[in-house]
Design a binder for this molecule. Structure first.
Ligand code: ADP
Ligand code: GLC
Length: 485
């Protein structure tokens, strides 16, 4: 089957979060199953290409008052997957992908509309797939365009779109006059289409116009059909419940495993854990700890600093947590509010709360390897990858039981010696503190702890099974479209 991915980020070309990991790994897994996979990405300033060749010098994208021109670069083939880049320097040659800590770029609607239209136009020249697989609001215009102004295009007759929601919290909300700006018809501005509380909602448009909707864990696929997690789109999803499913993300163990990791001080495996202690010492030195007592448990955090991740709970319990025998090593970047919060905590507890405000892949790996526990008290979590990486590194996850965190982590039971981590449900500082305290108590029984680590290290969350589930969805929508044509 020919599958074309459209997404706004992908390892190793561009990344702000887990979407990039997924778009980097899933196409490879599909290619391994024998499918022909093409990935279209924006060419950002941070995208480094070895020898890019222009394959399409100019695609005309009409906006209300001007034409814009994008070119398409051939990024070559990696691990059996073909990459193309949409190049429009005025839109994408910027310091960040979507905006700065102060807010989103004001022209994001135009930026990702240009990208989405260029993907369709380029596909007509480079090859129309059997199915488009689009991800998050940045590529949401693809299904919308296909069912509106491209509906009569013979090139795309019978081509279905599968849309994957990685995060309901980011919908692509823009003022109404975005429609004429992008050359889209006003009749899209109704409650059953893109209109959402007086705004244009790109994600909603994708949810009503895609052939099938997936999200990145079973639990999240149910949660987003409730008002607590649906961000106002729960009704839209419930109306489509028969074509919504959750497929758990896999992870790439060539990148994220202590047995092969090139960023960490020492490699280790379940059979020989000695290297982990060296990684821990290295981590504490890296974070400038002046009293590096490596007997104390280290709790790692690697995260986008965003409300989603539950940092308000950590703030609530900070004073009491700091009295416990532990060290926190946190790496993150994003909202200024949370950057400031962590910096304040560090000033207050300089040898207990160690913090780096940065985006740094090497340090992310060092935290996975060097920590004893990994903290993700997320308010919501569509899948979450870091807790899955943590399992492989023998770094025990302490998580809130939501979305993919609930689907991937099993509570530790000291009696049966079963389980892989520590979970709590209620979104409160008290529940978080109690759960961290249980983990700290469990850490004191080193024999039990080693079993807990090994339980996690033995889990397999590689992509194979989930890639096959995607193929089943692709085949199903392809058949349904050809039957309807
Ligand atoms: P999300 O996509 O919501 O941010 P995930 O757990 O799915 O959450 O994925 C986050 C990914 O981004 C992981 O690969 C993680 O290592 C990486 N990451 C997040 N913050 C940072 C950071 N500050 N520096 C380096 N990597 C980061
Ligand atoms: C999103 C979610 C995260 C998920 C990632 C990849 O950014 O917040 O939970 O793991 O996408 O699907």
């Amino acid at each position: 089957m020919k599958i074309t991915f459209a997404a706004s980020e992908c390892v190793p070309f561009s990344k702000t979060g887990g979407l990039a990991d997924v778009v980097g790994a899933l196409p490879q897994a599909l290619a391994t199953l024998g499918h022909e996979v093409t990935v279209f990405l924006p060419k950002y300033k941070q995208t480094k290409l070895a020898a890019p060749k222009t394959v399409i010098p100019s695609i005309t994208i009409p906006f209300d008052d001007q034409y814009r021109f994008a070119s398409v670069l051939n990024g070559g083939t990696q691990n059996g997957v073909r990459f193309y880049f949409i190049d429009h320097p005025q839109f994408f040659e910027r310091d960040a992908l979507y905006g700065t800590p102060a807010g989103d770029y004001p022209d994001n609607a135009e930026r990702f509309a240009l990208y989405s239209r260029a993907v369709l136009e380029a596909s007509k020249i480079l090859g129309v797939p059997d199915v488009f697989h689009c991800h998050d609001w940045q590529s949401a215009l693809i299904p919308i365009l296909l069912r509106t102004i491209y509906a009569e295009d013979p090139a795309f007759r019978g081509v279905p779109v599968v849309f994957t929601i990685h995060n309901m919290g980011y919908q692509g909300l823009f003022p109404p006059d975005t429609l004429p700006l992008l050359g889209l018809p006003w009749d899209l501005f109704t409650m059953d289409k893109l209109e959402f509380f007086g705004k244009v909602n790109f994600l909603k448009g994708a949810l009503v116009s895609s052939d099938f909707i997936t999200t990145v864990s079973k639990k999240y696929s149910q949660e987003i059909q409730t008002s607590e997690y649906g961000f106002g789109l729960e009704g839209v999803l419930r109306a489509r419940a028969a074509t919504v499913t959750g497929i758990l993300n896999g992870v790439d163990y060539n990148e994220w495993s202590p047995e092969v990791d090139t960023f960490v001080k020492a490699k280790y495996s379940p059979a020989n854990l000695a290297g982990k202690q060296l990684c821990k010492q290295d981590l504490l030195t890296e974070f400038g700890c002046t009293e590096p007592n490596s007997k104390l448990p280290v709790i790692g955090i690697v995260s986008r600093f965003a409300a989603q991740k539950g940092f308000d709970l950590i703030a609530q319990i900070m004073d009491r947590l700091a009295r416990e025998e532990m060290i926190i090593c946190a790496l993150g970047s994003g909202d200024k509010e949370y950057q400031d919060m962590f910096t304040r905590m560090h000033t207050q507890f300089p040898n207990k709360i160690l913090i780096k405000v940065a985006y740094d892949n090497a340090i992310a790996h060092k935290i996975e390897a060097g920590s004893d526990m990994f903290l993700m008290p997320s308010k919501y979590e569509p899948c979450g990858l870091n807790q899955i990486y943590s399992l492989k590194y023998g770094t025990v996850p302490v998580v809130r039981a939501t979305g993919g965190l609930d689907d991937t982590i099993e509570n530790w039971d000291a009696k049966t010696q079963k389980g892989t981590g520590f979970k709590f449900s209620e979104y409160s500082g008290e529940a978080l503190l109690k759960t961290i305290q249980s983990a700290l108590t469990a850490f004191k029984d080193q024999a039990g702890w080693q079993q807990l680590m090994r339980n996690g290290m033995g889990k397999d969350f590689s992509w194979g099974a989930s890639a096959k589930e995607y193929i089943r969805v692709f085949e199903r929508v392809k058949q349904a479209r050809s039957a309807a044509a």
